[in-house]
Design a protein. Structure first.
Length: 362
């Protein structure tokens, strides 16, 4: 048994995910290198967890192979994960949809880079639609966590596995390239032992670990050719998503009680907006910040409540404007909703964000 000693460590966000994966009892990581997330695979290889916890770490031949390996491991009730960056995650969409349809848990990390296409290796937030609207085919949703610090990269790795198994659903950590590459202090989570086969059989009776004499064979597939049965599966999934929307919303509000104007931003842009908010208040402008932590489920009720109290919202993203659509749908015309963003890997400065607030809303 590995003992955990709480200590503050300086590391990159990508490295924090690798350490947290080992510590939370992950059974297998299957991935393929791509900037700016390659340090996750590199760190796991350097740590050699197969010698300590027994965790499998494998560089697959492609992103398509990676997600299908996660599918297979998840079908056995194992904690499995993969990571990539934007173009690589696009290649995984079929497998993610299959996992959603087969009701399999798994963790996918996307450390976003600029696109479309091969784009740039600089940071971006332009994969929002792909993550929260179901980037693959069919009516599915995926719990999506948006870290804004290295500490949250570690914490959300543990949380993502918990949520994935709670709802038997693929779960995504959606980070931008800055959070993946930046170095900050982090307290790593305590070690959890990997589950034994007996524990998996008891806790996850659906797992395909081999038939026992007391039950029929388990069968996992996303295929159902009887239309009435396929509708039942879809209805079950939709009911699960509604439950997730009721119980799993996570959001941070900063100085919103007396705010007249609200910044809405996630990840790195939430940090930039927090500084812009401080600059605004120094000038006598009552600004606040809403930081969605779960992008699905989205903090609809928080924004709805504020929409009746404030003079306007400005959504700030490293994209052409994606999350702003969800803000507009939620506000539903009760207050102005504006957008400010940069593309191609450019990160807006706090001064630019404050100027956008002044020119667009005040």
């Amino acid at each position: 048994m590995i003992k955990h000693k709480e200590e503050v460590t300086l590391m990159k966000g990508n490295e924090a995910i690798a350490h947290a994966a080992i510590r939370c009892g992950c059974d297998g990581y299957f991935g393929y290198p791509i900037t700016p997330q390659s340090e996750i695979l590199e760190t796991l290889m350097a740590l050699e967890p197969w010698k300590t916890t027994g965790m499998v770490v494998l560089q697959a031949e492609s992103e398509v192979a990676s997600i299908n390996m996660v599918y297979g491991a998840a079908g056995c009730g194992k904690k499995a994960m993969t990571s990539s960056s934007s173009p690589g995650v696009s290649l995984m969409q079929e497998g993610i949809s299959y996992m959603a349809g087969a009701e399999l848990p798994g963790v996918i990390v996307n450390v976003m880079r600029g696109g479309p296409g091969l784009g740039t290796i600089q940071p971006s937030q332009a994969d929002y639609f792909q993550a929260v609207k179901g980037g693959g085919h069919g009516d599915y949703k995926m719990i999506t966590l948006a870290p804004a610090s290295v500490q949250e990269m570690a914490d959300f790795t543990v949380l993502a596995f918990d949520l994935a198994f709670k709802y038997q659903s693929p779960t995504m950590i959606l980070a931008d390239g800055i959070i993946g590459q930046m170095m900050e202090k982090v307290i790593l989570p305590p070690y959890q032992p990997r589950m034994t086969e007996a524990e998996i059989r008891e806790k996850y009776p659906w797992a395909t670990l081999g038939k026992t004499k007391d039950r029929a064979p388990n069968y996992i597939s996303s295929l159902e050719l009887v239309t009435e049965e396929m509708e039942k599966i879809n209805l079950r999934l939709q009911a699960r998503y509604r439950e997730i929307e009721k119980t799993e919303v996570r959001c941070e509000k900063i100085l919103c009680d007396d705010a007249e104007y609200i910044f809405v931003a996630f990840g790195t842009m939430a940090r930039v907006c927090q500084k812009a908010m401080e600059l605004a208040r120094a000038e006598g402008i009552k600004a606040g910040l809403v930081r969605p932590i779960t992008l699905f489920p989205y903090p609809v009720d928080v924004i709805k409540e504020l929409s009746t109290k404030v003079k306007g919202f400005i959504t700030v993203e490293m994209s052409a404007g994606q999350m702003v659509e969800d803000v507009r749908l939620t506000v539903n015309g009760k207050a102005p909703v504006e957008f400010f963003g940069k593309m191609g890997g450019i990160v807006p400065s706090p001064d630019e964000v404050l100027n956008a607030l002044k020119t667009k809303l005040i």
